[in-house]
Write a protein that binds this ligand. Structure first.
Ligand code: HGY
Ligand code: MN
Ligand code: MN
Length: 425
């Protein structure tokens, strides 16, 4: 404070203030200013990576861009080369996104390391922070690309998938300055990681309803994503009688409503979403001849999800058959449910309690990079409350006080971290 009692302008902002400021700075890096979109292997990806790498270095980490475009920072332990506790989340977004989904975990982890660094505190293990380059799978019909590369489970065949403009992932990597044949260099070995902890917004309304700023995640629900194509016969809107039409779009519409009804009638919390539809040739006076749409089916139980996908396919096949349409369906993505490790969950719960909050455990209905990281490390997750449970929406919001509490919990998890028996097995 100055003699006049005015706060010194160089005062270190609180963790929450720093996090919120950086969330806003990162959100300005977008394909368009009106709608936040930061998509894999674009100019915005590059700008965001450069910014996050600079934040990592400022926090006392060595930092580099890896072979798939993830940003990776490392803060050494009390001697160099120790195995690490890895913290991370993603910095790509969906289209017309909120600014917290993904970046909150990356920025909070960096803020925690910066705090340790300011106190010159070294731990008996290293800390690594990873910002994954593609979790959402917006550009190519495949999700968790960044974390799969780190987990060593990146499927080389996805390099041949094309975005909606026809650019293959292989070419997009080359244009970005990366070598598609070297993606495997991003892979880490199980023994290098003591565990993986991800902080993320809840993306649902449960914590708000409970009046709690943070929650302890027990498991991440599995998901199946499918791409459907329905073909009928394109025709003249003014000449083909209604009874003689084979309209692909009305067929797709009936399928979409059937999916909604099937999932709505399910008593075990099945979720089904058709998030993308495209009709061809796409003119007011032409009966649609071909329609593509996606399906995203989720459940806490893998067995229930598999049965539901089979039942849904049976129903939409019957609709297509009755309407004399042909239906082609491909599975584009399949993730099993992933449990969080009990020993990490209990360390997170202890940190929440030590910060003075009730420990509340909940599963994640959304997918997260932890699903891929579970292949090489035990995982734990901290959820932070978001307003109205709204996510994948520009209205997504986290209060500064909750960002601060999330950071305090993560910092406590880091400083009290004890490797579990299951780690490195
Ligand atoms: O779709 C998901 O669950 C995640 O937000 N990518
Ligand atoms: Mn998301
Ligand atoms: Mn996310």
């Amino acid at each position: 404070m100055s003699a006049l009692g005015i706060a010194n302008e160089t005062k270190q902002p609180s963790l929450g203030e720093e996090i919120v400021a950086r969330i806003n700075t990162l959100a300005a890096i977008s394909e368009t200013p009106e709608h936040l979109a930061r998509i894999f292997l674009t100019e915005e990806h590059r700008k965001a990576a450069d910014l996050i790498l600079a934040w990592m270095r400022e926090a006392g980490m060595s930092a580099h861009l890896d072979a798939i475009g993830n940003v990776c920072g490392r803060y050494e332990g009390d001697r160099p080369g120790l195995p690490c506790l890895m913290l991370g989340s993603h910095y790509d977004t969906v289209r017309d996104a909120g600014k917290w989904d993904g970046p909150l975990g990356v920025i909070t982890a960096i803020a925690c390391v910066a705090d340790l660094n300011r106190r010159s505190k070294r731990l008996p293990f290293a800390i690594e922070v990873v910002g994954f380059a593609d979790e959402e799978g917006v550009r190519f019909a495949s999700t968790l690309l960044g974390s799969r590369a780190v987990a060593g489970t990146f499927d080389q065949s996805v390099l041949n998938t094309r975005d909606r403009t026809g650019t293959s992932m292989r070419d997009a990597l080359i244009q970005f300055g990366l070598d598609p044949d070297h993606v495997r260099k991003a892979a880490r070995a199980r023994g290098e990681l003591l565990g993986y902890v991800e902080l993320h917004i809840e993306q649902g309304p449960v914590l708000e309803e409970k009046g709690l700023p943070v929650g302890v995640v027990t498991a991440i629900a599995g998901a199946t994503r499918l791409a459907a194509e329905i073909s009928g016969v394109a025709g003249h809107a003014g000449t083909v009688p209604m009874a003689l039409r084979r309209d692909a779009l009305t067929g797709a519409a009936e399928c979409i409503v059937a999916i909604e009804q099937f999932c709505g009638d399910d008593q075990a919390g099945l979720l089904g979403t058709v998030g993308y539809v495209s009709a061809m040739p796409g003119a007011t006076n032409v009966i649609p001849g071909k329609v593509s749409f996606t399906m995203d089916i989720r459940s806490q139980s893998d067995a229930h999800r598999s049965r539901a996908v089979a039942d849904i396919l049976q129903r939409i096949e019957a609709i297509a058959k009755r309407r004399e349409l042909t239906l082609q369906v491909d599975v584009t993505h399949e993730n099993r449910s992933v449990p969080c490790a009990g020993w990490l969950t209990s360390q997170i719960a202890d940190a929440v309690a030590a910060e003075g909050f009730a420990v509340f455990e909940l599963p994640s209905g959304a997918g997260h990079d932890g699903m891929a990281m579970a292949d090489i490390a035990d995982i734990g997750m901290i959820f932070v409350r978001c307003r109205g449970g709204i996510s994948h929406n520009p209205a997504e919001h986290v209060e500064l006080a909750d960002a601060e509490i999330g950071a305090r919990v993560l910092l406590r998890v880091i400083e009290s971290f004890k490797p579990g028996n299951a780690a490195n097995s």
